[in-house]
Design a protein around this ligand. Sequence first.
Ligand SMILES: Cc1cc2nc3c(=O)[nH]c(=O)nc-3n(C[C@H](O)[C@H](O)[C@H](O)COP(=O)(O)O)c2cc1C
Length: 312
Amino acid sequence: MSKHTFITTDPKDAKVVDVHKLLLGGVAPRPIALVSTISSDGINNLSPFSFFNAFGANPPVVAFSPSRRGRDGSTKDTLHNLEATRECVVHAVSYDIVEQVSLASTEYPPEVDEFVKSGLSPLDSEFVRPKRVAESPFHMECKVVEIFPLGEKNGSGNLVICEVIKFHIAESVFTDGVINPNLINLVGRNSANYYTKAFDSAIFEIEKPIATLGIGIDQLPDHIKDSKTLTGNHLGKLGNIEALPSRDDVHSFVASLTDSNFEPNDYQKAFVQALNIADKAQRDSQIEQAAIKALEENDNKFAIYALISIIS
Ligand SMILES: Cc1cc2nc3c(=O)[nH]c(=O)nc-3n(C[C@H](O)[C@H](O)[C@H](O)COP(=O)(O)O)c2cc1C
């Protein structure tokens, strides 16, 4: 398992701009809320906010933070509109609109309609006055529950907590009733000018921990825990098994793999070949490699049996 050396920062001694940069880099990638509001004069506003997330499903609650500007502590049009009307539509941002969304972050004066500037198309909402963005695949019509100012200084946040009263989701993003990341194609926000594509090769799966409790990394034998080759992720998978196999289990497992009728897959073949290596260090290393391959293919059971065979 790799460990780090650290630099530390006390926010009380640091410049606000540097604290902001740390948050942008370390709390990332952040989902982006494209927030549509309307002023009391009826002017549409559209702005992205990545200090954003969801916080409950019953009732459905989302929150985001239109902060005070770092340069002068002034507050943003979105906040003024929310204070005046207590309504908004929060949209997800997909890759195909990210440049238009970035354009909508331009600080146009309050009398400028950012739907017009960004070229995004307004759609009527059902329960709130702010318009929806036709090009976004996911819309939440919201009522403001609470606005918490998080300070009065430059860079202070304003936590806007909203209850979702209506969802609108593009039909095209579902597979078997679940929103498919490779169809909704969301983007996230990182530090500086960096964004993340939350789809294609960025997507991977982690099986949920088993319902019966996993043994935990602490219960793994020392030669596995202290391995120089196995990573924390490998150990995490191994710690999710229900019980360690006994010596007898491992012997019959090895016997079953060496049975002449058995047709092994790649990592099983690598393991059987490793058993024939005379040099112990080399043999153990090959067994670890076979176990790693098995873990990559989510065959955690094979991996633990193979690794335990090292001492059995
Ligand atoms: C992707 C992205 C994420 C942003 N996230 C935030 C945020 O979380 N909080 C914030 O105050 N400003 C954020 N901004 C900047 C605002 O969008 C920008 O200040 C906007 O112009 C505010 O507009 P308004 O004055 O019309 O409300 C973000 C900008 C971009 C491009």
